[in-house]
Design a protein around this ligand. Structure first.
Ligand SMILES: [Mn+2]
Length: 305
């Protein structure tokens, strides 16, 4: 049987992983002449591990290169965020909730893009359109992705569709959204086993903007003082990444999931562009009060700057 790889972006988060699992499941329920296989192109973070363990879902295989494969892209479309060998793959479908940028395919494709808070909300609606009730496990995957991307509905990216889908999924999965959501988000703030370099790469995306190539990494925390105490060490690692990835600027955004404020450690030749987008840095630090969403509150001002 022909295999179709379903995968989310590099440095995968819960949306990239859990939505790939839920969508591969839906494809397999609907079609039987091909087999959709959810795969990942990076390591699971602690939050996603928590979600998979809680709902008893197996980890998915790691794939290094998608050349020659049929693929379905989830939760991303930018070239810098997708798999190696993308140019030699056949893109069947795209399901996403990000801006469209640097996305070129050789052939026509099916695309479903909505300005929702999470890709799983789109996939949940696809289940509903086909009159398929997701299993408890799949409902658990989708609601975990929605909680993660919307920070339990607190992100400005969150829409009524996300809340409605998440509440519907919680009724199937039989979880208390607030209790499970906080436990899952907190699991993601556990960085004790990680090196600084790993922390910076956990959720780092590269954006090609008019003014240059910017790396934006984001972590969730319940106490931003801890990472800020290691600022000088982080700046050293960031310099190495700027060199290695040929970046013009870098923002390391530390988001407090209890207060919903962020603070960023910034660096690079074009730090002035970052300052123009937000505010002057003080000793490589920019305060970002009320900012929790990279997609809606960081990338657009940086693009405009
Ligand atoms: Mn997402």
């Amino acid at each position: 049987m022909e295999e179709i790889l379903v995968y989310g972006h590099r440095n995968p988060d819960s949306d990239a992983i859990c939505t790939s699992i839920a969508y591969a499941n839906l494809r397999n329920i609907l079609k039987n002449n091909e087999r959709a296989v959810a795969v990942r192109i990076g390591e699971l973070n602690e939050e996603t591990k928590y979600a998979l363990e809680y709902f008893g879902v197996d980890n998915i295989p790691y794939v290094d290169n998608v050349a020659g494969k049929k693929i379905i892209m989830i939760d991303h479309n930018e070239r810098t965020q997708t798999a190696n060998g993308f140019e030699e793959a056949k893109v069947l479908e795209l399901i996403d909730h990000h801006r469209i940028a640097n996305f070129v395919t050789a052939e026509p494709l099916k695309a479903r893009v909505e300005p929702y808070g999470c890709t799983s909300t789109i996939v949940c609606e696809m289940y509903m359109e086909k009159n398929i009730v997701p299993s408890k496990k799949m409902a658990g995957m989708m609601l975990s992705a929605i909680i993660s991307d919307t920070l339990l509905f607190k992100s400005p990216t969150c829409t009524q569709n996300d809340i409605k889908a998440c509440e519907y999924l919680a009724s199937i999965a039989e979880v208390d959204l607030n209790k499970y959501g906080m436990d899952m988000l907190k699991a993601g703030t556990n960085l004790s086993k990680k090196t600084l370099k790993e922390i910076l790469n956990m959720d780092m995306k590269i954006f090609e903007l008019a003014k240059g190539r910017f790396g934006i990494a984001q972590i969730n925390t319940v106490n931003e003082k801890e990472p800020l105490e290691k600022k000088e060490e982080y700046l050293k690692e960031i310099s190495a990444m700027i060199e290695e990835l040929k970046l013009d600027g870098f923002m390391f955004v530390i988001t407090n999931i209890l207060t919903n404020n962020s603070v960023a450690i910034v660096s690079g030749e074009k730090v002035d562009v970052i300052e123009k987008a937000f505010s002057k840095s003080n000793d490589s630090i920019i305060e970002l009060p009320g900012v929790v969403s990279r997609k809606k509150q960081i990338v657009p001002p940086l693009t405009n700057a």
